[in-house]
Design a protein around this ligand. Structure first.
Ligand SMILES: Cc1cc2nc3c(=O)[nH]c(=O)nc-3n(C[C@H](O)[C@H](O)[C@H](O)COP(=O)(O)OP(=O)(O)OC[C@H]3O[C@@H](n4cnc5c(N)ncnc54)[C@H](O)[C@@H]3O)c2cc1C
Length: 390
C-alpha cells in the first residue's frame, strides 16, 4: 500500500463562515476508530463526510514508547473469511501489509496512513475541534478559527492523549508511561511502576530486559485474574513476558497494593501504600494508570452512566442528541467493554448503517457483507467472557 496520503487543505474545508452546506458527517479523530468508521461509511454509500485530526493520522500510535508493540497478534487469516485481529476494515490485513505479527505503534500509524491514502479518505490534519454544539438540527464544530457544520458527528478522539494523572496525593510527581519515548533511554536502575495491567507490565518487561530492577504495584491482581477477557485480565502476550527469565530475575510484582501517596525529598521518591509500607527510589516513579479518555469533552451531548461512560442507544448514538455518535474503545454497553480494535471495529457497521439510513441509503447488502466478516455485532447477549466474538 502506498503511503502518499493527500490530506484536504484547510482552505478547501466548507465552513459556516463561507455560508456553505453542512457535511453529512464529520468524524473527529483519525486513529484506528476514526479511519475504520470512515471506511465503513464509504462502504455503506455515505458521501460528503470529513475526517479531522488535531495532529496526524495515527498520531496516538506514533507516540507509543518505541519498544511497545501490539499485544494482539496479526495473522493473514482473511483468506478463510476470518478478519486479521488488528484489521480495521474488510479486506485489510495488517499482517499481510506489514509482515509483522506484533506491530509497534509507529508501524501501525504508518499502516493507518496507508489505508487513508488507499481509500482516498477526505482527511484534514492539524485541525483541533475545541467545541461542539447542536443548534437548529445542525452541529457546529469550532476550531480556533472557523466553524464546521455537519448533520452527524462521530466522536472518535480516543484515550491515549488523555491519560489518568490525578489519582492519589503526589501522583503529579510521577511520569505517565504515555510520555516515555523509549524505555531503553530512561536513566536509573531502580524503577517503581504504579499500575500492573498491560502498560505497566510492558514497561516492566522492557526495563527488565535492560537489566533494571523493577517493582510493580497494583490495587488488583492482574497477573492472577481468572477471566479470559483481555479487557479484564492480562493478555497472553503479557503472561508470556512475565515468564521471561530476565523478567523473573528483575521484576517484583505487588498485587492488591494500593498506593496512597508519592513524595519527593532530598532527591528520593517515597511511594507509600495504603497499609503504610514505604518504597524508596532515586528514579522518578512511572504511572501506568491508564487513560481517562476523551469522551468527557462531549459528555454535554450524552447522558452519562453511573461509571461516567456515555449512555448509548443500540446504534451507539447519544440517547439525548440525535446524530451524535461515539466510536472506539470508550464504547460501553452494560458490562461490555470494547477497548480492543477487534472488539470496537464490530460497531463501525452499526454506526454507518444508522447514518446511511438517516440519509435514505439502502443498507441490506452492506449489512450482509459486514455480518459475513464478523464486523457487525448487534446482538450483545452473546458476549460473555468466553464468547468468541467479543
Ligand atoms: C500501550 C498500548 C497498547 C495497546 N495495544 C493494543 C493491542 O495490542 N490491540 C488493540 O486492539 N488495542 C491496543 N491498544 C488500544 C488501542 O491503542 C486503542 O484502542 C486505539 O488507539 C484507540 O484508537 P482510537 O482511534 O479510538 O484513538 P486514537 O488512536 O487515540 O485516535 C484518536 C485521534 O483523535 C485525535 N484527536 C483527539 N482529540 C481531538 C480533537 N479535539 N480534535 C481533533 N482531533 C482530536 C488525536 O490526535 C488522535 O489521532 C493499546 C493501547 C495502548 C495505550
Amino acid at each position: 500500500m502506498e503511503n502518499d496520503q493527500e490530506t484536504v487543505e484547510v482552505e478547501k474545508i466548507r465552513t459556516s463562515e463561507d455560508g456553505s452546506e453542512p457535511y453529512n458527517v464529520i468524524i473527529i479523530g483519525a486513529g484506528a476508530a476514526g479511519v475504520g468508521v470512515a471506511i465503513s461509511l464509504m462502504h455503506a454509500g455515505v458521501e460528503d463526510f470529513l475526517l479531522v485530526d488535531r495532529e496526524e493520522i495515527g498520531a496516538s500510535f506514533a507516540a507509543w514508547p518505541e519498544e511497545t508493540r501490539f499485544i494482539t497478534p496479526s495473522f493473514p487469516s482473511n483468506s478463510i473469511g476470518m478478519l486479521d485481529l488488528n484489521s480495521i476494515a474488510i479486506g485489510v490485513s495488517p499482517a499481510f501489509n506489514m509482515r509483522v505479527e506484533h506491530p509497534t505503534g509507529k508501524q501501525y500509524a504508518e499502516h493507518l496512513q496507508g489505508l487513508a491514502a488507499y481509500f482516498e479518505l477526505p482527511v484534514c490534519e492539524r485541525m483541533e475541534i475545541k467545541s461542539i454544539e447542536k443548534n437548529d438540527e445542525v452541529f457546529k464544530l469550532k476550531t480556533g478559527s472557523v466553524t464546521l457544520q455537519s448533520k452527524n458527528v462521530i466522536w472518535a478522539a480516543g484515550e491515549y492523549q488523555y491519560p489518568s494523572l490525578n489519582i492519589f496525593e503526589g501522583s503529579e510527581l510521577c511520569r505517565h508511561t504515555s510520555t516515555v519515548p523509549k524505555y531503553g533511554d530512561l536513566e536509573g536502575d531502580d524503577f517503581l511502576i504504579i499500575g500492573g495491567y498491560e502498560s505497566g507490565i510492558d514497561a516492566a518487561y522492557h526495563l527488565a530486559k535492560s537489566n533494571k530492577q523493577v517493582r510493580v504495584f497494583d490495587i488488583n491482581n492482574p497477573w492472577g485474574e481468572e477471566s479470559s477477557d483481555p479487557s479484564v485480565a492480562l493478555s497472553t502476550y503479557s503472561f508470556e513476558r512475565i515468564t521471561d527469565t530476565m523478567f523473573e530475575e528483575n521484576v517484583e510484582l505487588f498485587s492488591e497494593t494500593m498506593i496512597s501517596s508519592v513524595t519527593f525529598e532530598d532527591g528520593t521518591y517515597e511511594v507509600t501504600t495504603q497499609d503504610g509500607q514505604v518504597f524508596k527510589s532515586k528514579v522518578q516513579p512511572l504511572l501506568a494508570s491508564g487513560f481517562e479518555g476523551s469522551h468527557k469533552f462531549v459528555s454535554h451531548l450524552f447522558e452519562e452512566r453511573e461509571d461516567k461512560f456515555l449512555s448509548l442507544t443500540e446504534r451507539d448514538e447519544s440517547t439525548i442528541v440525535p446524530g451524535m455518535y461515539l466510536c472506539g474503545p470508550s464504547v460501553r454497553h452494560d458490562g461490555h467493554i470494547f477497548c480492543f480494535i477487534y472488539k470496537y471495529r464490530q460497531r463501525f457497521g452499526i454506526v454507518a448503517q444508522a447514518i446511511a439510513e438517516s440519509l435514505d441509503i439502502p443498507t441490506d447488502e452492506f449489512i450482509a457483507a459486514y455480518k459475513g466478516w464478523g464486523m457487525y455485532l448487534d446482538d450483545l447477549s452473546c458476549c460473555g467472557q468466553e464468547c468468541l466474538t467479543c
